[in-house]
Design a binder for this molecule. Sequence first.
Ligand code: FRU
Length: 474
Amino acid sequence: MKSLIQLAEEEIKKYASIVESDPNRLRYHLMPPVGLMNDPNGLIYWRGEYHVFYQWMPFQTTHGAKFWGHYTSRDLIHWQTQVPALAPDEWFDRNGCYSGSAVDNDGVLTLFYTGNVKDDQGVRHTYQCMAISNDGLHFEKKGVVIHLPDGYTAHFRDPKVWKHENTWYMVIGAQSAQLDGKAVLFRSHDLVHWEHVGAIAGGENGNFGYMWECPDVFRLGGKDVLIVCPQGLQPEGMHYQNVYQAGYFVGQMNYETGQYAHGTFTELDRGFEFYAPQTMVDEYGRRIMIAWMGVPDQDEDKHPTIAYRWVHALTLPRELVLVGDKLYQRPIEQLQLLRSDEVHYPNVSLHKETMQFDGVKGKTVELLLKHIEGQGVLSIDIQNDVSFSYDFEKRVATLQRESFARQGEKEKRQCVLSNLRTLHIFIDTSSIEIFLNEGEEVFTARFFPHEKNEHIVFKTNGRAAFHLYKWKLC
Ligand code: FRU
């Protein structure tokens, strides 16, 4: 009998030519070779290579019994496809090897993930599991290391493990028996026996969502950051516009008591498609974050790529920097390796006009606007489908696109920003990532123009001045 991993590899071969023929296929982002991709998992720099695993459903473009797909890289830019790392083939993970993380345990690459099981009555069970590898490519499952503790429903998943002063810690995304979202801490001396410390953060009486997914805890700039994805927040003005959220708290963790004193929740991204971020430390000691360029249950079945047997992608790797209590996200420097065909327009000045610049167009483009000043509204229209604008009077940034789910509808996401100094935009065929003021805010989105074109159009109803740089990428 063929193994699930063999079947998944056959599926890749079977559909490779149709997947690759999709004009919306990205050029410099990680995508599934076939099927559905969601969360990045197990990010780690290990023995000179970066490993990015991901939630993967090879056999369909909807969610289901997930595998861990696997990519490796020496520079976070050029990637190799590796053999799928985990398949849902054991009693403790048969309905999915759900999200988790990786650590180096004395030279052994060690994965933690959630075994998702639905029993014959359709009741969910959850197990936190471990798998190990000596070569970083082939993994041996070691089975269950944590069973569901009292006080939580079976929505208990996504273990992120790290080491603090010779002790291992794990944070898990959870739903309490009272149906509040929580982040739950465990500790261990050997990665096998885990002590349940308790919830370090979470809602109370339904005030902050019914479930928290994909937590991550790390030290940055002398503070402890908790990233988490709450489900069940209601939209509030410009906030919480997506179906589910991804954001963070900043505070101090007391590892003795297991108490985490923290401030308020801040969203990580202001665009449409962003969820389940995970971080790792790179070879230079920087904190790098990669997220899923998608949101669960948010028009997932409407992506045009489904016609080509694949759906979703991961974001670019972004370096995190803490400025005060705000996380800034910067596209990693290595992305400059992809640049060619530089075009530079110093001292651009627009006055109540619409402009296109020679050489500033394309499908895979990096745009940089520096020293921006203006009055009224400055907007940049891309491929006649998605448009970014900034209102210098109202101090509001807006990303608008043609909905790919509801034809003829325009939809937008916004945030307040006290001034706009720089704009750094990465366009990759059907994805866009816009970094404002060196990553103070970021808008991430997919877009699918009806008519393929390469236009980038600048417009102002007032006045705008900036230095403009453009590179072709790839
Ligand atoms: C987040 C999530 C995780 C879960 C995984 C399943 O997108 O729902 O909580 O582990 O996806 O694929």
